[in-house]
Design a binder for this molecule. Sequence first.
Ligand code: IMP
Length: 421
Amino acid sequence: MSVTAVIGTQWGDEGKGKVVDYLAESADYVARFNGGNNAGHTVINEFGTFKIHLVPSGIFVRNTVGLIGGGVVIDPSVLIDEIDFLNNAGVDVEGRLWVSPRSHLIMPYHKILDGLYEEAKGPGATGTTLRGIGPVFADKVSYNGIRWSDFTSEMFESRLKVQLELKNKIIVALGGKALKYEEVRDMYGGYYARLRPYIRELFGIVQDGLKADKNFLLEQAMGTFLDTDWGTYPFVTASTTIPAAASAGLGIPPRYITNVVGVTKAYTTRVGAGPLPTEIHDVESEVYGKFGETAATTGRTRRVGWLDLELVRTAVMISGVTELCLTKLDVLSGLEEIQVCMGYRLNGKDVAYADVDAYGLDEVETMYKTVKGWKEDISKTRSFGELPIQAQEYVKMIEGAAGVPVKWIGVGPERDATIRK
Ligand code: IMP
């Protein structure tokens, strides 16, 4: 039996969706444990190209069972659309996708408040995905949340009434329009009726699976440095993203997590505000053109930077990474020289990521190593030995800094564009 967590070692968008889809071949259960539909995982396989936000990416492998744990917050309309989309594309999820009744619901007022808070913060805004993530998690921990389990009694209506009274006051005070109780009640009643066949307590499924030596693949949303505690607070997301969250979010005791695959993109990207020490600002540069990406969830352009090994090293320690998967190595092809950040200095002293806060991280001097690039297109390469020597050296340098082996290397978006080292 193995429980493997797949964890991004940067600011999300490391390419975890593809890695999970690839590793899911040997999984019995594929699970989401944190975040919500702020995540966007792109998966390209025999069924087509998918951008999925809530259903675990490993669902495309036929014999897997998908679990959405209580640690995930759910926008029901997004989940319904995703289920319909997957069923229509021939990825039958009926009877093999289960949603925890403990998961909290993103309500219309969460999305409105997310926007109003961002507006009120002005230049200090987080740059959220505006999906209501911060406000729903705030309600969860301040006992104001609404869960699927509330629908089995009168609880939903009474809780909704109280919440709407409270939230409408704030919305109106901030210049927004009050929501109508009957409209929200009917809308969510309809969502519950649609999703009811998928809602099921996961405790027995997870515990039986652990006892029966089944393989679990745990899929993190976002990345290590968006973690509420260990990320660049306040420029973070509202949930714990490190593997520890899988324990609470799914009910898997920590000692069962045997493998942690750290997913590292060969360069760095970030969406939203906050420090990005290796950021490349020259939008006209060749490298900016190569690294430029569009966010799967919001369509925003991602900020880009060189690979930052201080970040990767820190993520390996915090998340207990046992092996790395390096993604998008093919994107570096054609660069004469590549810069890699080996560490930081501040006020003339070496500093580690953990020594500085988000504002300090904006001030650090990045200590770059310049390495030689390679010209060859490597997207068809399927063995490590066939990679240009400079690409091999790049991988070895990452292993040296991180202290764990790189086991997989992504050289293209398709499932099979992967080198097993
Ligand atoms: P929120 O999670 O929508 O509240 O956004 C908080 C921060 O996390 C913002 O900087 C977002 O851009 C970032 N964020 C949220 N989800 C993702 C993701 O899936 N990939 C990358 N960044 C994300």
